[in-house]
Structures are given as C-alpha cells and as structure tokens.
Design a binder for this molecule. Structure first.
Ligand code: PAF
Length: 286
C-alpha cells in the first residue's frame, strides 16, 4: 500500500495540524524548502525527525528572495515528484502555499538585517536576497509554531542569518543546522545542479576540492591569505568565474588572517556558465 503525504495550502490548515499534534504532547519539526527536492532535503527531514515526532515540510518558491535578473520564473517546480519523495521518508504534512497566501494584498512588512547578513558575501552579489529569506522564514516559523526547524549548512550565511533573526526576534522555535549532502564526486547537492551542462557538471566538483584542500592547509598552519589565493587560482583554472572565495570566522563571518582567529569556515560562490554554485567547508580544529 502506497503512503501519501497530506498536502495543505493554507496557513490555517498547517497551523491546525501543528497545534493538534502539540496538544497531544508530540514535538513538531519544520523543514522549509523551495521544492525540487533531492537527497539533501530528505536528510533535513531525517534530521528533523531526530528532534521531533512529526515533520512538516514547506514547499514555497519565495519570490521576494530572487533578484530581478535571477531564476525565479525558471526555478524547478516539481510538487508531485516532491510529494513522492516526501512519502518515501514518511513526512507527515506538506504545506504548499500560493504566493497570495504568503503575500496577500496589502502585505508591507519585512525583516531588516545587519550583522552576518552584511558580511559582503552572498549579500554583496544578491543585495535583496536575505531580507526576502528572513521575512519568509519569520512568517513560516510564526505560522507553524513548531518546536524545531531545520536548515541546510550548504547555505551557510543563510543559516547564520536565520539563527540571528530567530534569536533577536525571540522566535521560540529552535533552529538546527544540518550538514551538506554531496554527490560521490563531492559536488554539494542543490536544486540548481540541474542547470549544469554535462561539461560543466564534470568540472563542478573542482570547487569542493579546492575548498577542502584550502581547509586542510589552513588547519595545518599555513598562512590564510596565501592558501586562499591559491584556492582562487585553482577554481579559476577549473573554468569558474568567482564571485567570492573567502575564509571567515564561522560564527560572525568576520575576516580572519590566521588559523587562531577561528573557528574558520571557507565560503564560496562561483559561476560555471550561467549556473551559480555556492559551497562551504569547515576548517578542522585541532
Ligand atoms: O534555503 C531555501 O531553500 C530557502 O532560502 C528557504 C529557507 C526555504 C526560504 O525560502
């Protein structure tokens, strides 16, 4: 017998589900996504299940986090296939609102951000992105009132922005980061990998290789600036156009000059043709 995950489209239905489960003493986990689900997303659901009895997955391609020249209209929308994948991990509910449900006429409030949202990383290249992300995530957290919410470490700056936003706005849901899932050759799983041509897909793992090599060398005590310069050369040599490849403090995203300034995270965004890949790795600590 095949299992189907119930899908609801309104805030009221989703909130009623969570309220009902919590009233029975169950813990509820929320996994916000934009759909086009892959194994990386399913690992977020599994992580949520480690902390909760029920898992609600949201699928909403949030228009406000895309810039005018970005891929909002062509972003993959695959709700039926997503629901099948969610059934395979026995997710409990899918919340798939329409744009009008999330942004009804008269909507006029956004979250204003400083700190790690202004680190000159993603924010420099996508200036309106994090306001869109933080606003929609604040809405989803308030709508669901779940016990925990899980986000991937792949979008590392986003994870820090969401942590800070939930802390600063006293949102009681606990925010949990979950490690990046990778293809066997190291490429971080992403819904946008479908945009890669076969040639670019073959080149793409060079990004993770360069970041991993840089992390290893910094951990061994080599000078951060020198190592990062060579990492950038390797990435350009593999055919990428770099937006940024930076070693930063893992909690504040402040610039770091020496291993002792850490914990350090190396973060990158680089383009292969029209496809922009982002990735990050931790510098191992002794
Ligand atoms: O990481 C994502 O998929 C999105 O930015 C999120 C957190 C679901 C908000 O739209």
């Amino acid at each position: 017998m095949s299992f189907e995950v119930p899908v609801v489209h309104t805030v009221a239905e989703m909130r009623a589900f969570v309220r009902d489960r919590r009233a029975r003493g169950e813990r509820v986990g929320l996994v916000p996504t934009m759909g086009a689900l892959h194994a990386g997303h399913l690992s977020l659901i599994e992580e949520a299940r480690r902390h909760a009895d029920r898992v609600v997955t949201t699928i909403f391609v949030n228009p406000t986090q895309f810039g005018p020249s970005e891929d909002f209209s062509r972003y993959p929308r695959t709700l039926p296939a997503d629901c099948e994948k969610l059934a395979s991990v026995a997710a409990d509910l899918v919340f798939a609102p329409a744009v009008e449900e999330m942004y009804p006429p008269g909507f006029c409030t956004t979250v204003s951000l400083e700190g790690c949202a202004k680190a000159e990383l993603e924010d420099h290249f996508r200036p309106t992105h994090f306001v869109g992300v933080a606003t929609v995530v604040a809405k989803l957290l308030n709508q669901a009132q779940a016990d925990v919410a899980v986000f991937g470490e792949k979008d590392y700056q986003q994870l820090l922005v969401i942590h800070a936003m939930a802390r600063d706005l006293d949102i009681p849901t606990r925010i949990i980061g979950s490690p990046t899932l990778r293809d066997p050759d190291g490429l971080a799983m992403s819904s946008r990998n479908v945009y890669l041509s076969p040639q670019d897909r073959a080149r793409a793992p060079a990004l993770f290789r360069a970041l991993s090599e840089a992390a290893r060398r910094i951990a061994e005590g080599e000078v951060v600036g020198h190592v990062m310069g060579e990492a950038r050369e390797a990435i350009v040599g593999a055919g990428f156009d770099i937006d940024y490849v930076e070693a930063r403090h893992a909690e504040t995203l402040a610039r770091v000059a020496r291993r002792q300034d850490g914990p350090i995270r190396i973060l990158a965004a680089a383009r292969l043709g029209a496809t922009r890949l982002i990735d990050n790795v931790a510098v191992p600590t002794a």
